[in-house]
Design a protein around this ligand. Structure first.
Ligand code: CA
Length: 457
């Protein structure tokens, strides 16, 4: 084999850190919260629970008022985020049962960025399969520190892994994940990297540290613990932002922040005392409260800070990250997200999406401009399951963000039009392959409080 001179290696490594446009490849940081309510961040007006670090991130970036995820539930939402495709296209509609996981034919964002020369890491929650071949390090991540399941104790060490090995003593997972993220950034400061920082905060079980509980003397009960858990999440984000600053990476890092689904306010084991106001509905529903989430994109020096009010979806974050990294995909790779950068940099006046779609078992939704047609789980309104009424409702979201005034009877043609459009989209999907809709989230992966053996969650 012909030897390559060190100078050439240096040049090659420099070239691999550049995009096709000759710009330096940015680092990509996805921060995902779990079951965080739309109302429970300072940048959405929360006064009760301070989130100064998330607010700082939001103030330096773009806040999306109408930012959606592709599912109202943990695992399928993550499948959409990491593939950039409506997860229903590959049958990944629910949380995985048994040995189900993200289908191996799907390529993750980590796969693609790794192929483009990025160092890739997952810190936190995986929830896309627990078999060896479904392990994050087989799905594009060079490094993994976290847990494989859907939820877990914040204070037990068992089930937290570094790679395939037990991670050792954990004090509080949110703090540990923050520290690990900082360590990842410090170790890879010179390389372009992708870090998927997926907190289990603020999913149940309700567990917080005493020092943070003490900061909320005026809040009681479950909401007090939720506030302290949210504060821990914010603290961890703050440490990560400080690490970026200290390494001079703030302007070289594209950061996205979302919750994987809306706050769980509907009866079930994942109820965490979150609030989705002014949205109606909960995690597990296709009402806005299930699918519209806190949503921020920040890239100082490249994106003007501001508020963006047109609908976008988590799938776009995948496409945006690839575009920022200069990764072009073959045409046959069907994706549903779009690169948001031209819309945010105002180099195009059109909309990222005329229409967005959801399917979650018998529930559905389509958002088309200001209108939304939705079949949702009426349990969200406190009804009993046997009262199930899946009549489609029509709402004008711009006038009626709380989905309180059903326009279906008054606008039958609009109902027909949106139903036909959703039917056409639905015809491009396959049947769910990874489980079934659960009547309540009692069937969710686990809530960390029940005993599961050898699940790593
Ligand atoms: Ca979740």
């Amino acid at each position: 084999m012909k030897s390559i001179a060190p100078g050439v290696i240096g040049l090659l490594s420099l070239l691999s850190s550049m995009t096709a446009q000759g710009e330096e490849k940015p680092n990509i940081l996805f921060i995902v919260a779990d079951d965080l309510g739309y109302a429970d961040v300072g940048f959405h007006g929360s006064k009760e629970i301070p989130t100064p670090n998330l607010d700082k991130l939001a103030a330096a970036g773009v806040i999306f008022t109408d930012g959606y995820v592709s599912a109202p539930y943990c695992s399928p939402s993550r499948a959409g985020l990491l593939t950039g495709r409506y997860q229903n296209r590959f049958g990944y509609e629910f949380n995985p049962k048994g040995n189900a996981g993200l289908p191996l034919a799907e390529r993750t964002l980590a796969d693609r960025l790794k192929a483009a020369g990025y160092v890739t890491g997952l810190v936190g929650k995986w929830h896309l399969g627990q078999l060896p071949e479904q392990h994050p390090q087989r799905r594009g991540f060079d490094e993994f520190f976290g847990f494989l399941g859907g939820a877990r104790s914040y204070v037990k060490s068992e089930g937290v892994f570094r790679g395939n090995e037990p991670a050792g003593h954990i004090d509080y997972t949110t703090d540990a994940f923050g520290r690990e993220a900082v360590d990842f950034i410090n170790r890879h400061a010179a390389a372009p990297w992708f870090l998927y920082l997926a907190f289990n905060a603020v999913h149940t079980p309700m567990q917080a540290t005493d020092d943070r509980l003490a900061k909320f003397p005026d809040i009681t009960g479950r909401r007090k613990i939720y506030a302290a858990m949210t504060l821990a999440l914010d603290d961890a984000v703050g440490r990560v932002m400080q690490a970026l600053e200290a390494k001079g990476l703030s302007d070289k890092t594209l950061i996205a922040f979302i919750s994987d689904n809306g706050g769980p306010t509907m009866e079930g084991v994942t109820v965490n005392a979150s609030l989705n106001a002014p949205l109606r509905g909960s995690k597990r529903t296709t009402l806005e409260g299930g699918i519209r989430v806190p949503f921020v994109l920040s890239w100082p020096g490249h994106l003007q800070p501001g508020i963006y009010k047109k609908p976008v979806i988590s799938l776009d974050l995948n496409a945006t990250a690839l575009a920022a990294a200069g990764v072009a995909l073959p045409g046959q790779d069907q994706r549903d997200g779009v690169d948001l950068l031209p819309y945010l940099q105002e180099t195009t006046k059109s909309l990222p999406h005329e229409t967005l779609y959801w399917r979650f078992g018998q529930q559905m939704a389509i958002r088309d401009g200001d209108y939304k047609l939705v079949r949702y789980d009426p349990v969200a309104d406190g009804q009993k399951k046997q009262d199930t009424d899946l009549t489609p409702r029509l709402y004008h979201l711009t006038d009626d963000i709380g989905e309180s005034k059903d326009l279906a009877a008054a606008m039958p043609d609009k109902v027909k039009e949106l139903q036909a459009r959703w039917d056409a989209w639905n015809a491009t999907l396959i049947a769910p392959r990874n489980g079934k809709a659960s009547a309540s989230d009692n069937e969710e992966e686990d809530a960390g409080s029940r005993k599961k053996k050898n699940r790593g969650d």
